[in-house]
Design a protein around this ligand. Sequence first.
Ligand SMILES: Cc1cc2nc3c(=O)[nH]c(=O)nc-3n(C[C@H](O)[C@H](O)[C@H](O)COP(=O)(O)OP(=O)(O)OC[C@H]3O[C@@H](n4cnc5c(N)ncnc54)[C@H](O)[C@@H]3O)c2cc1C
Length: 657
Amino acid sequence: LRACERAELYVKIVRENNIPFEERGPLQILMGEDFFILLHEVMFVPSLQNLADDEQLSWWLAKAHDYKILGTYAQTELTHGSNVRGLQTSATYDESMYDGEGGWNVHTPSLEGMKWWPGGLAKSCNCVILMARVVIKGVDYGPHPFFFQVRDFETHASLPGVELRDIGAKMGYNGMDNGGMRITNVKIPRRHLLGKYVQVSKEGVYTKVGNQKMLFGTMSYTRLKISTGAGLNLAKACTTAIRYSAVRRQFAMQRTQFGEDVSLKTEGEKPDDMDAIVKPAKRSEAQVLDYSSQQYLLFPQLALAFAMHFTSEAGTKSYDHYIAQFKAENFKGLPEMHVLTSTLKAVSTVLAADGMEQCRKSLGGHGFLNAAGIGPQYLNALPQATYEGDFVVLSIQVGMAVFKACGRKLMKGLTKDPNNPSLDYLFAADLKELKTPTAPSLAELQAGITDFDFLERCMEKRANFVHFSAAQKFQEAVKQHGSMNANAIDEVKIDMMRMTYAHSYVLYVKGFRAKLDALKEGPLHKVLVPLFELFCLTIMDSGYEKGGGFGEFAASGALPASPAAFAILRARVKVLLAQLRPNAVSLVDAWNVPDYLLNSCLGRYDGRVYEALYEQTLYEPLNKTDIATGYYQHLQYILHPERRESGAQIEPQTAKL
Ligand SMILES: Cc1cc2nc3c(=O)[nH]c(=O)nc-3n(C[C@H](O)[C@H](O)[C@H](O)COP(=O)(O)OP(=O)(O)OC[C@H]3O[C@@H](n4cnc5c(N)ncnc54)[C@H](O)[C@@H]3O)c2cc1C
């Protein structure tokens, strides 16, 4: 109900302000949570735009833009999600239907072939882009997209032959009514097969039209949107965690950032100069944000959120550039866009989810309350790592593309590919150095640790080490298995996962650095520099939750493989944490996340955490009455077993708190 209420509000704002479809993105972010109308905007409409021919667009697009129809994307089935070729739902062509105009008999052949998961399918949407196998005269052409109506446009009742249901409560993300659908011999017109890339004539002749490569457009767009959203989710969690850590106090510790380590005064001592700078309360109990360990938990996540944000900005620019090229029939940049958006989607969603949980854990006990905000937001963000390509499945695509680039470098000696700029570092790799790496000396590390070129080179060197050593293993596997078959690919899947992380860290570092370069030497630059350095050192030191750490950097020769090198990194991390502390709250305030969107008693802007925690209990259903129903139904008989027999039980009263 709440999702429907919000959807109505969203549509009201769009209609009253005549917001064009392309400009609805910021409003979607301000909704704060995924629900059916957003899927309509992000999946249904773009799919229609990219897959329907002009005549079909004239039937459906304006209605979709104006919410006269509400749609979703129905691909996944009970037994097949990642493997789209395994889908069972079929659309069998019958040229005798519709007075000889031809039509499709759409059918779910088994329980396993039931559509399962599409968002909004259970109760909200009245039509879908349905992926179903095209079968014409006994020939199976594989899954294709159809426009398929599931509910009556007037009454909203499910149509005959269409069984719809909600698939059940989820860990989170329950604002979305993910649905299941079984279709029993439903007839639809021939022209409901989306026809931008495939046409079927009345006679049942199947023809491919247009350039099939454009098909990648929607997929890349959605992946980019998801990775951008992941960065914002992490930024929200950082905002709550850092603000609360500045409010929360535990134990006593003297702040030393002000230049002196003054011992705590005992009661009755006279105020001194320190009191002018640090409030007495601060001196008796420290803000937990002053503890280096708390900073070590949180500031790397803040750095990651900024890295994701800047890289998404750069990614969106690249996307716009390539889409313009594709529209002009130039598809040379297709592999670049594919690898870029797949890498960012795969890694950002996993790192953001892990980072959000890290932020939640740093909130102590109160972090476990829904009122803290991060827990429910984390659970809502979790499925981002799965839908639209799970991490492993995407890393296989990234890995294969990187192998191709390695091959061109090794076989053809290519030193640059203008159509693959994000892999410039791979083409520029020094092959001799890759074979016998020479690590920097400790002195070079000490000097380089604040040098952006050095830090960026470390990421690249490590990534090339991972890419080329995996490419070699893949070559051996292909020889062993006779071809580039599934078994050969399976031998390097673990490596492909690591390659995807390594490549993503290069992208993030470059994205972050490009922003710093654009800011030049201004005040913002100064504030962001330690964050950038911390981001790089976190990858090299302990690593983010996944895909980082000292080991690969040492093995690749990007860093000296010695305990002393590790100590240099760790010491520098500590310096950076202390540098960041005074600006930490301002850095999260800079995200400017409104309180309603943060939806957190702990992260609210005014810091009135404890009042908010108390106030939210007033909305708790269990607090509506002093004595809970459980007492009347069960507890009283535990405490007073005689009441069962005597019938002298106490009846519910409705006294409010
Ligand atoms: C909240 C949510 C919303 C969704 N919304 C929609 C929607 O609107 N429309 C829609 O059509 N679908 C939707 N989905 C479905 C989603 O797209 C799929 O669940 C997703 O693509 C993963 O596919 P799967 O479930 O088949 O996982 P599987 O592929 O079965 O994954 C299981 C495990 O197998 C591994 N695996 C799979 N293939 C390989 C391989 N080749 N090599 C190595 N490992 C492999 C995976 O990495 C994973 O660890 C949604 C799912 C969720 C959770």
